[in-house]
Design a protein around this ligand. Sequence first.
Ligand code: SF4
Ligand code: SF4
Length: 441
Amino acid sequence: MAASEVYPPLLTNRHPDAPAGADLDKCVHCGLCLNACPTYRELGLEMDSPRGRIYQMVQVATGQMEPGESYRQHMGLCLACRGCETACPSGVPYGRLIEAARAELEAITPQPFWQRLFRNAIFSHVLTSPAWMRLLGSGLYVYEASGLRKAVHASGILKYFGKLGAIEPLAPSAEAPFFFRHIGRTFPAEGTRRYRVALLAGCIANVFFARLNEATVRVLQKNGCEVVIPEDQGCCGALHVHAGVKGQAQELARRNIDGILEGGYDAIITNAAGCGSTLKEYDHLLHSDAAYKDKAKRWVSLLKDVNEFLAGIELNQDMRPLNLVVTYQDSCHLAHGQKIRTAPRQLLQAIPGVELREMALSDLCCGSAGIYNVVHADMAASILEKKMPMANVTGASVIATANPGCMLQLRAGVARHGQDQRVVHVVELLDEAYSSVSKRV
Ligand code: SF4
Ligand code: SF4
């Protein structure tokens, strides 16, 4: 029996961004997703499980419950990791549901002034403007390079700054020189050119993962790619989508499509699984935009995570051995969002001397989830605390993953509960293996 046959009818005056009845309908409330849900595993509360959250969405959609503070909290505590999507035998598109629930909340619930101000600064300025990002990165770079950050940590003063003090150690180091200097450049393929690809440099990554982006360029060059860093690219809108700021996410998607789609590329590549998941869903994001829906479909057909791309071509095997034991933490938005699990493992195993040791529950979220570890620092820390013993027990000296956000969270995990493991992106290990013959960008 379809779930809608047991629910009262959906309200007819719902917001256009609200969770779709057809999506809600797919959940048969079997509960098979519960054990895959990090917040349910932590709290044991039905309201903080996928099934419970879907039930609350149904109650709101049918007018049996107001979308008030309790609803906002339960929707907010979800990591949007989509582990439940993988576990669900009924094909419930949970990622789409939670994004819609948040977009609806964003549209219908007034927020306090200071919260609106803060969100507006982050979503409309910092993430979308290279100038703001440079300013923020330069400030953080000076804070760190001057020794001030070390002094602040050593002084113990952070404990007096409440939440801000708790999240400060999670702040990444700004990596000067920033990757912005490469925007607009084209890097030639090494050897015969086999592909022409566009690399998306991200927004935050230009400042905080500049070396990862450079490693990605080198690895692609090594594999016969001419790598273009398109001038007209910007933030992908993933954080906007997750926070329910849909209109701005749509604008960013249109901007990226306009700036990149017609560049004659064989692939458009990202090294950030969290971004990739949203970038691959531009067709859904723009499905009601007549001018862009077909372009968005073409965009999606070209979009590739870097692991997926490299595992799908004939990989250059000219690597030096690394002699490392490595364990792999699945990035949720690669494993659950994009259904890519084999590719990163295949690449790690292609590196001579790398022994891949699987960790238990490698596809259970590490607690990073975009800015979740900042907004819900306690829950994120608790999830991470359970994750680290599973990494430790493998005995691996390296934890590889496929998303910058996961790298930061896992580094915090190593600092708090780890065994001095090195946390890297898969591409960085490939870059090391190619390094004896790499030309630095
Ligand atoms: S989301 Fe899927 S697995 Fe979870 S209760 Fe609904 S049907 Fe079952
Ligand atoms: S997305 Fe993750 S945190 Fe949210 S309900 Fe699903 S499994 Fe739980």
